[in-house]
Write a protein that binds this ligand. Structure first.
Ligand code: HEM
Length: 277
């Protein structure tokens, strides 16, 4: 049985939704058995491609300092067995991101909410530098139907978010590589066998910090092979197929899924049964 943390497929087919749920801050960040490996990957990325995985404006400094304090307090309270070394000489969002599996983003309100600091080591095919200083609408410009379906409610949600009520949501995709660090936006349709396809889930949290008033957005990635998930969960393959089949063509294009449903259908039922007359 797979112990994959989240399977957020829609049982009735593709749906574009905010899908926000209340977050108990005792479960703000998640620690699992991939922690050592993922923190090591972050360390190497920060050593080799710092400008790809970190982007900061001075407007994000205050929120980033407060975020570092929140992260260390959280780990002290909830994971006291972990050894935490805070690198005070670094930008606080980098120091914070080294301690947790999550990618971290700080948004600050000026004329509108803008992304002003981020350490994103594990982007799912997007480029961090191009999003720094931009608005929620600009960040999501490549996402089909975001402007008509999600822009208004997401902006309104940011305006209303208070520090005493936090939220989380899940995002998923099917992708042709298990690598966590995928900074380029080129999307290729998954090819090959079912075992070569990967189900990637982002657990995202949103909270407003009490002192600076900045909003923190965290992303924790979970990846599993589609084949393993099909074997472990009876309905997974059929539900995945339904979600791929019912996603609008522009979304299929954006996600790199064109033609994938047909391949999946063939993999799920490789030898169509002969009908007996
Ligand atoms: C309630 C809040 C939010 C909602 C409902 C939302 C929704 C979405 C959706 C539906 C997508 C399409 C992703 C996919 O299926 O592949 C997306 C992509 C994305 N989101 Fe959000 N999002 C939210 C907040 C944020 C925040 C705060 C950031 C800040 C960094 C962000 C950054 C991104 C980026 C970078 C992408 C990829 C865009 C690209 O392809 O260039 N999102 N978001």
């Amino acid at each position: 049985m797979s112990n994959f943390a989240y399977l957020p497929l829609e049982s009735k087919g593709w749906r574009m939704a905010m899908g926000l749920r209340p977050l108990d801050l005792d479960h703000w960040l998640e620690v699992d058995d991939r922690r050592d490996d993922e923190l090591e990957q972050k360390r190497q990325l920060l050593d080799t491609v710092f400008d790809v995985v970190v982007a900061t404006n001075p407007e994000g400094d205050e929120g980033s300092r407060e975020l570092l304090g929140e992260v260390t307090r959280y780990l002290d309270a909830h994971q006291p067995e972990l050894t935490i070394e805070v690198r005070r000489e670094e930008h606080p969002i980098v120091a914070a991101a080294r301690l947790v599996q999550e990618d971290l983003c700080v948004l600050v309100r000026s004329d509108v909410w803008r992304l002003q600091a981020a350490c994103v080591c594990f982007p799912s095919r997007w480029n961090l530098a191009s999003k720094l200083g931009t608005t929620l609408d600009d960040i999501h410009r490549p996402v089909p139907t975001y402007d008509v379906e999600l822009s208004r409610p997401t902006n309104a949600f940011f305006e209303r978010l208070k520090s005493d009520r936090s939220f989380w949501r899940l995002n998923w995709t099917l992708i042709d590589s298990p690598a966590l660090h995928q900074p380029t936006s080129a999307r290729r349709s998954p090819h090959g066998e079912l075992a070569d396809w990967f189900f990637r889930v982002e657990r995202q949290t949103l909270r407003r910090l009490p002192e600076s008033g900045a909003i923190v957005f965290t992303i924790h990635n979970y990846v599993a092979s589609a084949k393993e998930l099909c074997e472990a969960h009876e309905d997974f393959g059929a539900t995945l197929l339904l979600n791929l089949d019912t996603a609008p063509p522009a979304m299929q294009e954006y996600k790199g899924w064109v033609g994938v449903a047909d391949r999946l259908r063939a993999s799920l039922d490789p030898e169509p049964r002969l009908s007996r007359e």
